[in-house]
Design a protein around this ligand. Structure first.
Ligand code: SF4
Ligand code: ZN
Length: 711
């Protein structure tokens, strides 16, 4: 059979299955039964993207099946056959959706199935920074489980996000692969149709970040081809359904690499029978470049391990976490005073004789990273220091929480057994500081203290005064006190017309880029994503409008956005890309706004979930009344200052409220004299419906109720 014949055979088979599944479901539940995937604002995303139609009930599905069938022309033409692959995608989306009718069918460990919107949004930043350099989709059953596991581990160590479908999931587990979203290895499911859940991720990326118009299928295909760095590896014998799935992948621009003989299509479909070369062939096929830093430690160090948790039962050693003192500091020093790559441990290490037989090794810990370089600036100390959190989390077997003197570190037994010791923390920090900050760090040395007296004394006499001094400097750092703001264009790789303007009092909406970060990045990468905008005179101080900012946004959005204000949510608000930590929306009856963070799963008092609210904005489009922003903005005096500011906030999820309360209270006190403002803000534990929220606000005398009408 020719390749096109194979594709059509698979596509027709899937069309038959889809038709049958829909018919059976309608017979069983009736046409009015709701059909939906969990926690998404895009219904059945692939059908929505391809046709602009939002599928709501089973009765909507037969029309979608007709579209599916119309994509299968059976013409002897490869382009047409690839369209038939897309038909298979539509069919798989329907078949899987039908499986969701009785609730989540993915309840065992073998797969997660549908990936909710908030997770896709959370992947935005690591993808644009290259922290996740690519997406691998693996499916099938390998002839050789060991080499399959080695391939997955290799992707993991390179930071890729790997999705798995089929028997290879068990094979990888048997091969010792750590799995789960936290490890960037995601089992989707057993049936081949579950591969659709990764296609759905790619398509929703185009909807969320790219603002591609539903119904314009060719635009979606261009988007996924150009901007979603994914590829497919198949293992074992391939039947016609897999071939047709592969055709769909190719239509999306994802090359397929099989380990059995397949008819080659240059750049799109190829064979690599040697599993030792699968990774290399795949990365080349998708043009994914991996930067490797060799670090001399006995465990893996990779961004894929960033989310790893260390629980009590696997823990070997612990520092901080309210049990011992634990702090970390990055300090600038004179070139002459730093000996490059000097790592010193002062005090007992975790293998010290005194710990023989103890359950968990607990030690105080002080980490001092001294850096020197001609281009280093004092302001960059905090930028580098905050990276310690990430660098330590990259270590396989280490967990790092917090920062400064509330740092908390755990190490696993496994890491200890592999030979990991405290000096290796120094090695990792040294290597990463030199590597990521090469333009400003010419020399770096790390000293680790574990004697209780040292940690206490240095903590009091050296570290605390430095923190205090920095806090003072940060407090004094306002939008008025600087001459330059910065653009951030990082997210343009996904949201081509989005521009963040980062100011001292308004960090990037992802929460990951502060004004100081942007300033440091400019130094590290002079032609990079952060460029200064020389402020000049404001056109309107209250709205936060500057001619210089308008110009920077217009130029960098290629004219898509011509004017933005920095302090208003209603008048030319800043655009969103899609990866924001929080979304703020107006609650008219409360004369204020609610804020929902990405982690909050329930419906908010305006009747929408985070995902639904988030879908109202994004993709670099201005949407008055909605604003994506970072957590840290809640506590900034510039937070929608044009509409009355922080005291407009009437509702937040409790976790978010507790997280921001201290800064929020301080800022509101300084602005208005009101004490403990956070206590006036409603949360889901108090009320989650409009009436209940209003009642609470009235009982607290919330200031928003007395302000000018917001709309
Ligand atoms: Fe993206 Fe804005 Fe964050 Fe830059 S600051 S990474 S553009 S969200
Ligand atoms: Zn973004």
């Amino acid at each position: 059979m020719s390749l096109t014949d194979l594709i059509y055979a698979g596509s027709n088979a899937v069309a038959g299955l889809t038709e049958g599944a829909v018919k059976d479901a309608i017979e069983k539940y009736g046409p009015d039964k709701a059909v939906a995937y969990p926690d998404t604002a895009y219904c059945l995303p692939i059908i929505y993207a391809a046709t602009g139609v939002k599928i709501k009930t089973l009765g909507d599905l037969p029309a979608a099946v007709d579209i599916q069938k119309s994509l299968i022309t059976n013409e002897d033409d490869l382009g047409q056959a690839l369209n038939a692959g897309l038909a298979t995608a539509v069919g798989a989306e329907i078949i899987e959706a039908v499986r969701y009718l009785d609730g989540d069918p993915y309840t065992d460990d073998a797969g997660i199935g549908f990936v909710p919107d908030p997770i896709i949004r959370s992947l935005g930043v690591p993808l644009v920074t290259g922290d996740i350099p690519g997406i691998a989709v693996l499916l099938g059953k390998s002839e050789d489980a060991a080499s399959l596991a080695a391939i997955v581990k290799s992707y993991q160590e390179k930071g890729l996000l790997t999705f798995m479908v089929g028997d290879i999931i068990e094979q990888a587990v048997e091969g010792g692969v750590k799995m789960g979203l936290d490890y960037r290895v995601i089992p989707l499911g057993h049936d081949v149709t579950s591969v659709i859940h990764v296609v759905s991720v790619a398509i929703r990326a185009a909807l969320i970040f790219g603002a591609i118009e539903p119904g314009k299928l060719p635009d979606f295909l261009t988007y996924t081809k150009d901007r979603v760095p994914a590829f497919v590896n198949t293992f074992g014998a391939i039947d016609e359904v897999v071939v047709s799935v592969g055709a769909g992948a190719i239509a999306l621009g994802f090359p397929v690499i099989a380990d059995v003989e397949v008819p080659e299509v240059p750049g799109a479909l190829m064979t690599q029978a040697d599993h030792e070369k699968t990774v290399e062939t795949s990365l080349e096929a998708r043009d994914i470049k991996i930067k490797v830093t060799k670090i001399d430690v006995p465990v893996a160090v990779a961004s894929a391990f960033e989310g790893e948790r260390v629980r009590k039962d696997t823990m070997f050693a612990e520092f901080g976490g309210n049990r011992t003192e634990c702090w970390e500091l990055v300090k600038m020093a004179d070139l002459a005073d730093v000996e490059d790559h000097k790592i010193t441990v002062v005090g007992p290490d975790i293998d010290d004789a005194q710990f023989a037989g103890v359950d968990v090794v607990r030690l105080p810990l002080g980490v001092v990273v001294e850096v020197a370089g001609k281009a280093m600036q004092k302001d960059f100390e905090t930028v580098l220091e905050r990276r310690i959190h990430y660098f330590m989390n990259y270590v396989e077997g280490a967990m790092h929480v917090g920062q400064r003197n509330i740092a908390w570190i755990r190490l696993t037994k496994e890491a200890f057994e592999k030979g990991f010791r405290l000096k290796h923390i120094g090695e990792v920090l040294y290597a990463k500081m030199r590597d990521e900050f090469d333009k400003v760090v010419d020399k770096c040395q790390v000293t680790i203290y574990t004697n209780p007296e040292d940690v206490k004394k240095l903590g009091e006499e050296m570290v605390k005064p430095i923190y205090a001094e920095r806090d003072e400097r940060m407090d004094a750092l306002t939008d008025e006190s600087v001459d330059e703001f910065y653009t951030c264009l990082l997210c343009q790789s996904f949201a081509p017309s989005h521009v963040c303007i980062v100011t001292p009092e308004r960090l990037g909406l992802c929460g990951a880029v502060s004004w100081l970060d942007a300033k440091a990045t400019k130094e590290l990468d002079p032609t990079g994503p952060n460029q200064p905008v020389v402020k000049g005179e404001a056109i309107d101080e209250k709205l936060g409008r500057w001619a210089s900012v308008d110009e920077a946004v217009a130029t960098n959005s290629q004219g898509a956005v011509e004017q933005v204000t920095l302090y208003s949510i209603l008048e030319d608000p800043m655009t969103s890309c899609g990866c924001f930590e929080c979304i703020c929306g107006i609650m008219p009856e409360a004369n204020g706004v609610i804020i929902v963070n990405r982690e909050f799963g329930d419906t908010s008092p305006v009747g929408m979930t985070f995902g639904e609210l988030a879908s109202m904005t994004g993709g670099g489009v201005q949407t008055p009344g909605f604003m994506g922003h970072g957590r840290f903005l809640i506590g900034s005096k510039k937070f929608m200052a044009a509409e009355g500011g922080l005291t407009r906030i009437v509702w937040m999820p409790k976790e978010l409220k507790d997280d921001v309360a201290e800064r929020l209270n301080k800022a509101v006190k300084e602005l208005t004299g009101i004490d403990n403002f956070a206590d006036m803000v409603c949360d889901e534990t108090i009320a989650n419906d409009s009436e209940g929220v209003l009642e609470f606000l009235e009982s607290k005398g919330h200031p928003a109720l007395g302000m000018d009408p917001i709309m």
